[in-house]
Design a protein. Structure first.
Length: 494
């Protein structure tokens, strides 16, 4: 029999349904894999009991002749940004160390109700702030990939959903949840050779998800391929009255609607994404992606998004501003750690708790956010950034008059070594240059693997769609996936 951990979500679901194997066999196989891969530091908490309970329920239901739930028999990883009832949730930050929620996030609850089991909580950049998974208070996540240059450098799995991307790429789970604020699903997916989609803002509830930047944060799936992403997203999405930004819309049948026939589809190529210094390999892959979509029946058109160059600076004003507000709740009073020096007053406790609890990158963004929101600077920075955000959204609206989806690179490079960019925050922020604009506009966007660079590392292509057109994004992704034939996987060294 094929190693069960080599199977994706669709294959596991179908195999459990037709009796090819039991859900408990699948759960046991992945539980063993997780326990053997501690060197990757992808999991912060392992929850084998949760996975086994869900698998047992699936097997019992099948033996009784009952209709199985959509994700019956499928064990997944859960990013540690989602609150899970009775299971430690820290957002990879010392300030929440030991925090055990008494409630379940809506996204995770939807997945459990669909029959999925949880293998554990996945490591991440602290409070989702980072592009390399080096800001976690509990150690770096390491990519399962290695360069083919004979060296042994540990590579970044991307961020902030680096634990999710590393775990899926290493076959520790068939799929995982991620969150995307400025590219934190798509960039790590590109770095590790998997697929990941950020849906339209509001498709997935933010309730019970620890906030970074509330007007940008959006949950989404990460998996081996496009079909698996569609399956997982169907289970995650849906209206939630507890979230004021949740869209009151029915969840489409994205898996059933998958088609790689793109006849009549207009694909826009934004000229502003051809940035100076782009590696030739990324440029070549982008052209290859264009050719693949032409072969699928699409028409290629050049479009302009003139305010693209302002997206990154606008994002790094808006996101830290919202983070400054959201993270003010961590004061040592209600939950998490509390540092109370002898004889200290309330303000001293606040200062000591935050100084000890937050990591350097979180402190940096809080200070930036507090500065741009302060009297005298609010209009000069925050108000201006919001105006730029509106202009960026209008650029996309005009582009949709000429095209249906956009094709761009996902990231400006392949995975870099851990420590290679951490000393230069600006260089790290540039990892989001291709992903941030669609986040500011709240658009659905997906990364699919397209090939390998000369060092044998994955490169991704990004598809951006119109609001609520996840189907168009998934279909274009499927067309690329079928033509790329990407089957590369990291060799197990861990």
């Amino acid at each position: 029999m094929t190693d069960l951990t080599d199977l994706g979500i669709a294959a596991i679901r179908d195999g459990v349904r037709d009796g090819s194997f039991k859900a408990r066999e699948v759960a046991d196989a992945f539980i063993v894999k997780v326990s053997q891969a501690k060197a990757l530091n992808a999991f912060l908490v392992e929850t084998p009991d949760h996975a086994i309970a869900a698998a047992t329920a699936a097997d019992t239901a099948r033996e009784a002749g009952e209709t199985l739930k959509p994700l019956a028999g499928v064990p997944i990883g859960m990013k540690d940004l989602f609150c899970t009832k009775g299971v430690t949730t820290t957002a990879a930050s010392h300030i929440l160390e030991g925090f055990t929620p008494t409630y379940e996030s809506t996204v995770s609850q939807n997945l459990w109700e669909a029959g999925a089991g949880m293998l554990g909580k996945l490591n991440m950049d602290q409070f989702a702030m980072g592009s390399s998974n080096e800001t976690s208070a509990f150690g770096n996540v390491i990519s399962p990939w290695k360069r083919n240059d004979g060296g042994d450098a540990s590579l970044a799995p991307g961020g902030s959903s680096g634990g999710s991307s590393s775990a899926v790429a290493a076959r520790l789970c068939p799929g995982a949840t991620g969150t995307d604020t400025g590219g934190s699903i798509r960039q790590p997916a590109a770095f590790t050779g998997i697929s990941g989609i950020k849906p339209t803002y509001g498709r997935c509830s933010r309730w019970g998800t620890i906030a970074f930047a509330s007007s940008l944060d959006q949950a989404g799936p990460m998996a081996r391929d496009v079909r698996d992403c569609a399956i997982l997203l169907e289970a995650m999405a849906g209206f939630d009255a507890k979230d004021g930004t949740s869209l009151q819309l029915d969840v489409p049948k994205w898996e059933a609607g998958l088609s790689a026939n793109l006849n009549g589809l207009r694909v826009g190529i934004p000229k502003e994404y051809r940035v100076d210094g782009m590696p030739e390999e990324i440029e070549a892959l982008w052209q290859q992606g264009i050719d693949w979509l032409k072969d699928a029946g699409a028409t290629i058109v050049e479009v302009s998004l003139p305010h693209t160059k302002y997206a990154l600076p606008a994002y790094y004003i808006i996101a830290p501003a919202e983070a400054s507000s959201n993270l003010a709740r961590y004061d040592g009073v209600r939950y998490g750690i509390r540092d109370l020096p002898t004889g200290a007053g309330l303000q001293d406790m606040y200062a000591a708790t935050r100084a000890d609890g937050f990591g350097p990158e979180v402190k940096r963004r809080i200070m930036i956010g507090t500065y741009v929101l302060s009297a005298g600077f609010y209009d000069a920075y925050y108000t201006q950034a919001q105006k730029v955000r509106t202009l960026i959204a209008r650029d996309f609206e005009r582009a949709w008059e000429a095209c249906d989806v956009l094709l761009t690179p996902t990231a400006p490079s392949a995975a870099f070594a851990l420590g290679e960019k951490s000393a230069d925050p600006i260089a790290m922020y540039l990892n989001d240059v291709f992903t941030v604009p669609s986040s500011l506009a709240g658009l659905p966007a997906m990364s699919v693997p397209g090939g390998l660079d000369k060092q044998g590392l994955p490169l991704g292509l990004q598809i951006i769609g119109k609001p609520l057109d996840e189907q168009g994004v998934l279909n274009a992704g499927l067309a690329i996936e079928q033509r790329a034939g990407f089957t590369a996987r990291p060799e197990a060294w861990w």
